[in-house]
Design a protein around this ligand. Structure first.
Ligand SMILES: Cc1ncc(COP(=O)(O)O)c(C=O)c1O
Ligand SMILES: [Zn+2]
Length: 385
């Protein structure tokens, strides 16, 4: 473990890492972990990696948990990168299939690291708002760690997520509102209840777990990053994490300066990042009356909005919205063409790909990566005909 300190992503203020903490104590924006990469590189090399276990803990030196502490793990990471055989005809399309993680979504990556760190610091009760999949992952990792999980979800969260959380022993509260209302309820009660708020980007380590998406992708592509990445964006943690991983890998000397064009894919019924991107704004205003079947994309206001927008612009990428009907239709195409029962969030990226090709933002011959962030099985009610 070569964690040096935490740094505020907005004002740069340094924070000592060895205590349980949430946001920057000065400006209340997300804290990011700064790793001593020179020290990490003494044992972590591209060659040593090749001999290690498949789990994301293979990147141990650039992850925050002290080396003598056992992670809370269920075998997360190491998901396949599949070549699309039929979809996206004249481009070189690969699908990173995150549905093969524990609890069937990429949320396992963030939770294995964040729950490991919270346990290490002595937290006993963890609380999070969730669109669904983060709740399932928190419930599983908290159970594994012997900690309490308090999960707040919108009442219309897919049923599989709610049942999963309950069966994994979590305390589940359903709220008549959106994920932002769930977050507000936790903020109101956490002090009195003794909960540690493990909301995404409101503690420093879920993004560290998510950054392994970037490490894995580079490794699977033989250290040549793709031309474009399409990522279904709610809170944007994976996008922010991948971008951090790319910078770390460049410092490690594993990759060059080239970065993929990063595209945030959102739902037409909840597209705060798309609106802000198009308006040239640095932050995104709350999206009112948010609605979409892609529950993971129903995030009307993201604390990391300024980071997401900056990455989209720096990378010469963009932001694009897809309506629910398109998601379901294209999701079916992906299913029958590629053999993957994708989640609506993943399906949104395939629909967005078609739109981006049409307007020339993705050209023939481009190598493109789509993240299927979870399994369609969790969304049975969306797919019923
Ligand atoms: C399946 C799925 N995809 C994408 C997202 C959005 O993830 P992020 O917060 O990293 O933008 C979520 C979040 O709940 C999700 O469950
Ligand atoms: Zn700050």
């Amino acid at each position: 473990m070569f964690l040096k300190h935490l740094e505020c992503s907005a004002c740069g203020l340094q924070h000592e890492w060895p205590r349980l903490q949430n946001l920057c104590r000065s400006c209340h924006k997300p804290l990011l972990a700064i790793v001593d990469l020179a020290a990490a590189s003494r044992t972590l090399t591209r060659e040593t990696l090749a001999t290690r276990e498949k789990s994301l803990w293979r990147y141990r030196e650039v992850l925050p948990l002290p080396g003598d502490v056992e992670p809370v793990s269920l075998g997360e990471g190491g998901t396949p990168l599949l070549h699309a055989t039929k979809f996206g005809d004249d481009i070189d399309l690969c699908i990173k299939d995150e549905s093969l993680n524990p609890t069937q979504s990429f949320k396992a990556r963030g939770m294995t690291v964040a729950v490991s760190m919270a346990k290490f610091f002595g937290a006993t009760k963890l609380a999070a708002p969730s669109a669904g999949n983060a709740g399932g992952a928190l419930a599983a990792y908290a159970a594994r760690a012997g900690l309490e999980a308090h999960i707040f979800m919108p009442r219309d969260t897919p049923r599989a997520n709610i049942i999963e959380c309950r069966e994994l022993g979590a305390h589940v509260t359903l709220i008549d509102g959106l994920i932002t209302d769930c977050g507000a309820e936790i903020a109101r009660r956490k002090e009195k209840e003794g909960w540690f708020d493990i909301s995404t980007l409101k503690e420093p380590y879920r993004v560290e777990g998510k950054k392994t998406l970037g490490y894995e992708l580079a490794e699977q592509l033989n250290w040549q990053l793709p031309d474009a990445i399409l990522y279904p964006t709610g809170g944007g943690t994976g996008l922010i994490g991948m971008w951090k991983a790319f910078d770390e890998m460049e410092t490690l000397g594993w990759i060059g300066k080239k970065r993929p064009r990063m595209f945030a894919v959102q739902a037409a019924g909840c597209a705060p990042i798309v609106r802000a991107f198009e308006a040239g704004e640095k932050t995104a205003a709350e999206f009112l009356d948010a609605h979409t079947i892609a529950s993971g994309l129903r995030v009307p206001k993201a604390i990391g909005d300024f980071l997401i927008l900056s990455i989209l612009r720096q990378s010469d990428g963009g932001a694009i919205a897809v309506d629910d009907e398109q998601m379901i239709r294209v999701g079916r195409e992906v299913g029958s063409m590629e053999g993957l029962f994708v989640c609506p969030e993943g399906a949104a990226c395939f629909a967005a790909l078609k739109l981006l090709q049409r307007v020339g933002k993705i050209a023939s011959g481009d190598r493109v990566i789509i993240f299927n962030t979870g399994s369609g099985v969790k969304y049975i009610e969306c797919y019923k005909s």
